[in-house]
Design a protein around this ligand. Structure first.
Ligand code: AMP
Length: 545
């Protein structure tokens, strides 16, 4: 073999050193409800060093796991840096998991220490006695004395613990292929599954987030990370920001439309990321309380399909383009981004932007048919999407047989996404459903996502979720759950009429229900499993046309 280049490790210690020195003036800005507290990346470097020293003093060594049970804020950012850079593994705990799931994931990952935000202490306190491996809890942004310590657990005040610590740390050389961070999937069936990101996968993924044809995060940005830091690493924004010196705006616990609007006004971020339901809520708020948000050069929407009506509302009424992206906890999460080809303009460009997008060079994709055959990229053949690449999980952490890939999710070195869709000859992915949400009516597939998008295009509709319900004649038929905008009204008949020239006649839903709210998962997506359960338990008032 010819001798080639040096072999520097793509480690988060290296990223920390770079970001906190070269970009020392950039800031992590935490919203406090009425104003912001600011920390430069230079200060963040010292903050992270103090935290790493504190964790060492509590006995954290090797690749032990340190959990965070936190909002998006500067302390969480320090944990994002300190824990992996010292060689330990950051485990971001989802604060909205059901109690038994929280106990499961903390025990499964064997978390030794948990850092918790003061306002979340009551949520953690109930389950803490069941977290078998946790020896220390550190309370940030709040009063540690409010947390009763179970036997064998010591509770510390974050500020007091860090106060006496040196603000430098001898960040070790870490093997780039070792684990840096873990996230458990928010799956609605079975136990959550752990995904362990390596230093290398995070580094490569961060580079992708900053690329021009991707999310374009850059030095001049102030990026608002609404997507929680426990949801697929806040879609890569924190590490990518440090890489290029973009400032970060962290909303802490202020995630309702009105506080978000207030924060936008005060801080004028240039970029933001969140699931569609957040944008839908903000849109209703803005429509009632107009405000200029054109400082947002772009916002990225993913986690669920971005409804075209939402994309148009933001662009046409607020001058803010929505960038649609697809990803999963298992894919770090950036899997595809919907930037149209340069040749597409006008309506054609919009058609590309509605799709889930194109895969970057590092992500390979294929579609697999019902009989295991690979399907062509002809924008017609529909199958399950499988992906492969250096920031795609190779297995779940401690899965069914040790770290052997679970055959239901991994297949010849490919990740089975459970997402169903088609790919165009020029590589644009269009998802029609989650495999477990597909509706099969009289032997034909009906796309729930497509129906939802069409219903949400009605001006009186705030949200619409579609699930399949059993039907004697057709096996399954779609049921549409509609949330109306405040002060608006429309009947099921009118909505069906509205759809009549937009979808095939046999797909027109006859089952409609009006609800105050669509049930949501822990990361804010439509929870179709619960919606189906509400229906089978007779809890929905369904009108049949
Ligand atoms: P999670 O790991 O919780 O982020 O969930 C990942 C799943 O969210 C994917 O497998 C998709 O089913 C769904 N998802 C993410 N982004 C999109 C998108 N842009 N359009 C449709 N579904 C999406």
């Amino acid at each position: 073999m010819l001798s080639t280049m040096q072999d520097g490790q793509l480690s988060l210690g290296r990223l920390l050193r770079h970001g906190t020195t070269v970009h020392s003036e950039s800031e992590v800005i935490t919203w406090t409800g009425s104003e912001a507290r600011r920390e430069t990346y230079g200060e963040l470097g010292k903050h992270a060093a103090k935290l790493a020293n504190a964790l060492r003093s509590l006995g954290i060594t090797g690749d032990q796991r340190v959990g965070t049970f936190m909002w998006n804020n500067a302390e969480h950012m320090a944990a994002y840096l300190a824990i992996p850079a010292m060689g330990a593994v950051l485990h971001t705990l989802n604060i909205r998991l059901f109690p038994e799931q929280l106990v499961f994931v903390a025990n499964h990952a064997e978390d030794q220490v948990v850092i918790v935000d003061g306002t979340l202490v009551p949520l953690l306190a109930k389950q803490l006695p069941e977290l078998k491996t946790v020896r220390h809890v550190i309370v940030a942004n709040g009063d540690a004395s409010t947390l009763p310590a179970p036997d064998g657990v010591q509770v510390h005040s974050y500020d007091e613990l860090l106060a006496g610590q040196p603000d430098t740390f001898d960040w070790p050389e870490v093997d780039e292929r070792s684990a840096a961070a873990m996230c458990y999937t928010s799956g609605t069936t079975g136990d959550p599954k752990g995904v362990a990101y390596s230093h290398r996968s995070i580094w490569l993924h961060s580079m992708q987030v900053t690329m021009t044809d991707s999310m374009r995060l850059a030095q001049h940005d102030k990026a608002l990370a609404i997507v929680p830091m426990f949801h697929a690493m806040a879609w890569g924004m924190p590490y990518a920001a440090l890489m290029v010196g973009a400032s970060l705006l962290m909303p802490d616990r202020f995630l309702q439309p009105a506080p978000i609007a207030q924060m936008l006004d005060a801080e004028k971020p240039t970029f933001a990321g969140a699931v569609p339901t957040i944008w839908q809520g903000l849109l209703s708020h803005l429509d009632a309380n107009p405000q200029d948000i054109s400082h947002l050069r772009e916002v990225v929407v993913g986690g669920s399909a971005a409804p075209p009506s939402l994309m148009h509302a933001f662009e046409d009424r607020y001058n803010v383009p929505i960038l649609h992206a697809w990803g999963m906890t298992e894919t770090s999460p950036l899997g595809s981004v919907a930037r149209p080809p340069v040749s597409a303009t006008g309506e054609k460009a919009w058609d590309y932007r509605y799709t889930q997008g194109r895969f970057p060079a590092s992500v390979s994709a294929r579609l697999i048919g019902d009989n295991g055959e690979e399907l062509p990229w002809d924008n017609e053949s529909v199958g399950e999407l499988e992906v492969q690449g250096p920031w795609i999980a190779a297995s779940y952490y401690g899965g069914k047989a040790g770290d052997e890939p679970d055959p239901e999710k991994f297949h010849d070195g490919w990740l089975r996404t459970g997402d169903v869709g088609k790919i165009s000859p020029d590589g644009y992915l269009t998802l029609t459903d989650r495999a477990k949400d597909v509706i099969k009516s009289g032997g034909e597939w009906i796309s729930s996502v497509d129906l939802e998008n069409q219903v949400m295009a009605h001006p009186a509709v705030a949200e619409a979720a579609v699930v399949g319900i059993p039907d004697e004649k057709w096996d399954e038929r779609p049921l549409v759950a509609v949330v109306l905008k405040e002060g608006q009204s429309v009947t099921a008949e009118e909505l069906r009429e509205f759809l009549s020239d937009k979808v095939a006649k046999w797909q027109l839903p006859e089952n409609w229900t009006f609800v105050d709210e669509v049930p949501k998962t822990s990361v804010g997506k439509f929870d179709k499993k619960r919606l189906r359960a509400f229906h089978s338990e007779g809890k929905l008032d369904v009108s049949q046309l």
